[in-house]
Design a protein around this ligand. Sequence first.
Ligand SMILES: CC(C)(COP(=O)(O)OP(=O)(O)OC[C@H]1O[C@@H](n2cnc3c(N)ncnc32)[C@H](O)[C@@H]1OP(=O)(O)O)[C@@H](O)C(=O)NCCC(=O)NCCS
Length: 176
Amino acid sequence: MSQLSPDVVVAPLLTEAAVSIRTADASDVERLSLYFTSLSITARNKRFMGARADVALLAAECVAKVGHPGHFTLLAEFRQQEGQSTIIGEMRYAYDAAARYGDFAISVADVFQRKGVGLRMMNAMERRAGDLGHEMIAAETARTNAEMRGLAKKAGFADTGLGDWQSVHLAKRLSR
Ligand SMILES: CC(C)(COP(=O)(O)OP(=O)(O)OC[C@H]1O[C@@H](n2cnc3c(N)ncnc32)[C@H](O)[C@@H]1OP(=O)(O)O)[C@@H](O)C(=O)NCCC(=O)NCCS
């Protein structure tokens, strides 16, 4: 397995088959940590809604609740010719039983953005959440985060109006 090199400036052509999406487990912590390190500071700040340098801890948190009902982390991996795979995206999902909705956060490696990876992970998350019997997914993002707002809109999320001057609250009811 390999990791995204910081000097990768041109993303290889992404065919649908070259990218697979799977659930993360405890063995992914180190690779996930390297993935978070490889993100631009801007992307990482947007993903975590603030500056975070403790990437090892963030990666550990992503898989800490593996096996807990209602929690999962999805990884998007790019398969290279030599059979190696590289993490190019991640999404963490957590269900709040009291509020009765799932919450998520997502990122895609900078050079792989705007190639449909985010939307594929959103679709995979919705299928998984639906299988778990969840009826609503919601997320909060910065009002200035055009890419997340665009992705959520394309995935069928709507602004609930519950945000504030800094953030937007988005939600989608899953069809049964
Ligand atoms: C938000 C993010 C995950 C989107 O992932 P992505 O793989 O680039 O998204 P996709 O390629 O699947 O884009 C799907 C749609 O989202 C919208 N979108 C994506 N990037 C956009 C941008 N920069 N501006 C406006 N809309 C955008 C478009 O509608 C796009 O469809 P189109 O390309 O057919 O127009 C990615 O930009 C990212 O990692 N950003 C940094 C981290 C972050 O902001 N996370 C959200 C906080 S939880």
